[in-house]
Design a protein around this ligand. Structure first.
Ligand code: OXT
Ligand code: ADP
Ligand code: MG
Length: 586
């Protein structure tokens, strides 16, 4: 339809008219999207105000990237698209990183950005914050839509919702040229134009043949394993997953954000025997987990002899099959339906792993846990990671409802293996990209969406990417306790300038930085702690009080490893090794 035919009505009675602002708010609310994570500015400042006036929760951040991370985590936690709203060009670009991260992690999110008028953008006439945002968003999302007419808002929001959550979830971009918001139309026609999505992510059951194929693999398995990924956590079929694991008797290995679907303390948990189960297993059920870099692409020494195992893969996305290794039994569908189908098909098939395999896994896990336990109870000053995490492990065990947010390198890798998670979706971390800076957005979304206490365990570098959002935490008075593992740097705080100059090393920060004062600056609690005992007392007090708190925990600058557990991914060369003898020791 031509633009001229769609000009707004001319009545002035605000009772009988509605506008783009209100239709957008009504469309979101109609679909149960009641929270917006945003940074205000032209042209969406009033949209945020009106949304708040209409009863929506509008959480304003200091930077769009963190509003975006919060929206994506809201999507992960709720199975509904998290909504982030930004201004045009620079605000949009800031939000786009988070939108791309949502797509990468398979989390549903809608980024709504204000934009300049099409006719000016298309002729590149230099508008305020001009950018062809729709085109730029496309490579990073499942779908990107532009809204030119207020009367299309209903259908556009429905399409965005459905695109974000159906099939493999991901990011969706919705472009709203500022003038569209001001368009008016009769209120009754506007109300009739709204669309409530029905069954946007239908359950998807695998075929009988596919299930039979999987059962054949399971029947011949001598050393079976179930790898559970964050797609399973997202699915929220916690009881069915538990039933499958317990009925099969298979050891299970949780990927980091799948920890807690079954508690890490479950007798079948093989997290502490990771190397053994990956290498020695002969049949692996992948459940909502991609065989990507986090699993060495299913190849190499970690996985034992090539061809030594068969894979069954449960995934909502058929294209995921055979992406890295041959999948003997693809089960395309949602985790809950596939797990249920397996449980039913397993009956009377006598599927049970040989005792010897379970004993072997158990013995390895026990040995690793005993080794670990011995390291957790030290009182070294300065503290090392193990002592500090030993404290946090006990705290989470006593308060299992606490949601753990975790980022950094050593801070991440050690917390993942040390701190047990007891409930589903109670661990949020750097995800598939290993991205730093998700911490404060994730903590804010976790607190807002669940109302539960949040413990954010942050490397000092990781925190630096998002630290200003402590003001947001204070402003909304959220029950978030941030613990910074302050080792004065990235990986370690004792690096040196290899050129011998007076500039600090590339990986070190100001020694003994008072991050705690950032929280007190905004009215929260701040503590600088140096012993496990002080850490224990202050964290427990923070979680009990629910007050925004930042605990600056002094960690030995020499305690960390270069790149944590993934130092092997750093490129090097014989030239570099010869030129810099130091390179061999980091
Ligand atoms: O079986 P074996 O014997 O092998 O033992 C294993 C387990 O069985 C055992 N285990 C246990 N033992 C006992 N008890 C229990 N409960 C237990 N559980 C497990 O422990 C071992 C190891 O087990 P794990 O951890 O499961 O296995 P592993 O081998 O590590 O698993 C492999 C992986 C790949 C699955 C795992 O390592 C993983 O998930 N890794 C994720 C890594 C990641 O994503 N890292 C973040 C990125 S690093 C880097 O890129 C950083 N940057 C650059 C940058 C980034 N990322 N982003 C942006 C926007 N810009 C720049 C930066 C700047 S990190 C970083 C900052 C770092 O500094 P900080 O100050 O923030 O942090 P610090 O390092 O603390 O200073
Ligand atoms: P992890 O990092 O925990 O290993 P990944 O993010 O790599 O997990 O994998 C998640 C997988 O789960 C993706 O391939 C995605 O398509 C899939 N997935 C997402 N939601 C569902 C669902 N409801 N049912 C089945 N698979 C799902
Ligand atoms: Mg650090």
């Amino acid at each position: 339809m031509a633009l001229a035919e769609k000009q707004p009505e001319t009545e002035t009675d605000s009772e009988t008219l509605t506008d783009g602002f209100h239709l957008l708010i009504d469309a979101l609310k109609l679909n149960g999207l009641n929270t917006i994570y945003n940074v205000p500015g032209i042209p969406i400042t009033d949209l945020g105000r009106y949304a708040q006036a209409q009863g929506m929760r509008v959480i304003s951040f200091r930077h769009e990237q963190h509003a975006g991370y919060a929206a994506s985590v809201a999507g992960f936690l709720t199975k509904k698209p998290g909504v982030c709203m930004t201004v045009s060009a620079p605000g949009f670009m800031n939000g786009l990183t988070a939108l791309a991260n949502a797509t990468t992690n398979c989390w549903p999110m809608i980024l709504i950005s204000g934009s300049s008028e099409r006719e000016i953008v298309d002729l590149a006439q230099g508008d305020y914050e001009e950018m062809d945002q729709l085109a730029i968003a496309r490579p990073f999302v499942k779908a990107a839509y532009r809204l030119n007419y207020a009367e299309d808002i209903g259908i556009a929001v429905a399409r965005a919702y459905r695109s974000a959550v159906s099939g493999r979830p991901g990011g969706v971009y919705l472009d709203i040229p500022g003038a569209m918001l001001g368009q008016t139309m009769p209120a009754d026609k506007g109300a009739a134009s709204l669309v409530k999505v029905i069954d946007p992510a239908p359950r998807q059951t695998p075929s009988k043949e596919a299930v039979a194929r999987a059962i054949e693999v399971m029947k011949s398995a001598e050393r079976p394993l179930i790898v559970i990924g964050k797609g399973a956590a997202y699915d929220q079929s916690d009881d069915v997953i538990k039933q499958l694991v317990e009925t099969s008797g298979y050891p299970f290995l949780p990927m980091s954000m799948a920890k807690g679907i079954l508690p890490d303390t479950h007798p079948q948990c093989a997290a502490a025997a990771r190397s053994l189960v990956l290498k020695e297993s002969d049949a692996v059920i992948m459940m909502g987990a991609r065989i990507n870099w986090l699993l060495s692409h299913g190849k190499g020494r970690q996985w034992g002899d090539p061809g030594s195992k068969k894979f069954i893969q449960i995934d909502i996305d058929p294209e995921e099959m055979d992406s890295n290794v041959e999948i003997a039994a693809p089960l395309v569908g949602d985790v809950g339906s596939c797990a249920q189908a397996l449980i039913e098909a397993m009956k009377d098939e006598g599927i049970a792993p040989p005792r010897a395999w379970l004993d072997q896994v158990h013995a390895k896990a026990e040995a690793n846990m005993i080794k670990m336990a011995a390291r957790l109870k030290n009182n070294n000053i300065p503290m090392d990671y193990h002592a500090a995490l030993g404290v946090l492990k006990e705290v989470i065990s006593d308060k299992p409802d606490t949601i753990l947010v975790n980022e950094g390198a050593n801070t991440l890798d050690l917390a993942r293996s040390i701190v047990n998670i007891h409930k589903p979706r109670h661990r949020i971390d750097v995800g598939t990209w290993g991205v730093m800076g998700i911490g404060m957005g994730a903590a804010i979304a976790a607190a807002i969406e669940t109302g539960k206490p949040v413990l954010a365990v942050e490397g000092d570098s990781a925190f630096g990417f998002c630290g200003m959002e402590v003001e947001t935490i204070c402003r909304y008075n959220l029950p978030v306790c941030v613990v910074i593992f302050n080792n004065d740097g990235i990986y370690r705080g004792d690096g040196e300038n290899w050129g011998g100059g007076s500039d600090p090393a590339t990986t070190v920060f100001v020694k003994d930085s008072r991050y705690d004062q950032m929280m007190t600056a905004f009215g929260g609690e701040g503590h600088w702690v140096k012993t496990p005992d002080e850490l224990n007392r202050t964290v427990r007090a923070a979680l009990e009080s629910g007050r925004p708190t930042l605990i600056n925990a002094a960690i030995d600058p020499a305690a960390g490893k270069e790149s944590g557990n993934i130092g092997n991914l750093n490129p090097t060369s014989v030239v570099a090794q010869a030129r810099y003898p130091q390179a061999r020791s980091v």
